[in-house]
Design a protein around this ligand. Sequence first.
Ligand code: ADE
Length: 225
Amino acid sequence: MRIDIITCLPKLLDSFFAHSILQRAQQGGYVEVVVHDLRDYTLDKHRRVDDYAFGGGAGMVMQIEPIARCIRTLQADRTYDEIIYMTPDGERLNQKTTNTLSLRENLIILCGHYKGVDERVRELFITKEISIGDYVLSGGELAACVLSDAIIRLLPGVLNDETSALTDSFQDNLLAPPVYTRPAEFEGHRIPDILLSGHEAKIDEWRHEQALERTRTRRPDLLEE
Ligand code: ADE
């Protein structure tokens, strides 16, 4: 898989992809993440990528020309399955969407800034608009990191334990059950006996019941879906 991220703040993204699972995923050849500085695609001598909003009002708007130039340059080399714009008014991200996107070959993620992008960018280029929650961030970069992380960890081979992503919260619309590690007793608080029983089928059953109970009490909306 290849993910191209378009941003006017590339440095914000660099460290995020240079550590831990995301770094290993790239080094292992499971994903190629390429960050593009939108300012490299402007013809403005001051490298500006934004301008005042027509009709007035506070806040700058990201111009269409540099974005169009950048997307078309990328499209000259390969076909993209989705061109995604990170925006608080997009569809809310969930596990189903990340599962689907993890099956794609090539993705572009455009990070918004200021008051957002010229509406014509959305009409002409964007195929999917995604929000990571009902709150407004200063820019789409953090949201692009969240989306990329959620996708990349699903790529086969990226996680050490291949089954690990399958037992995450939200797979099957269930929250994950509680987990414990040593010591088995901490200041009088013991872990559930079943986990020491060695009885695999019973442990699976216990975990499923716990997952159901947790979902029922914390996120009943997931069970209604
Ligand atoms: N940009 C600003 N806020 C955002 C959000 N909540 N989700 C996605 N992109 C954003």
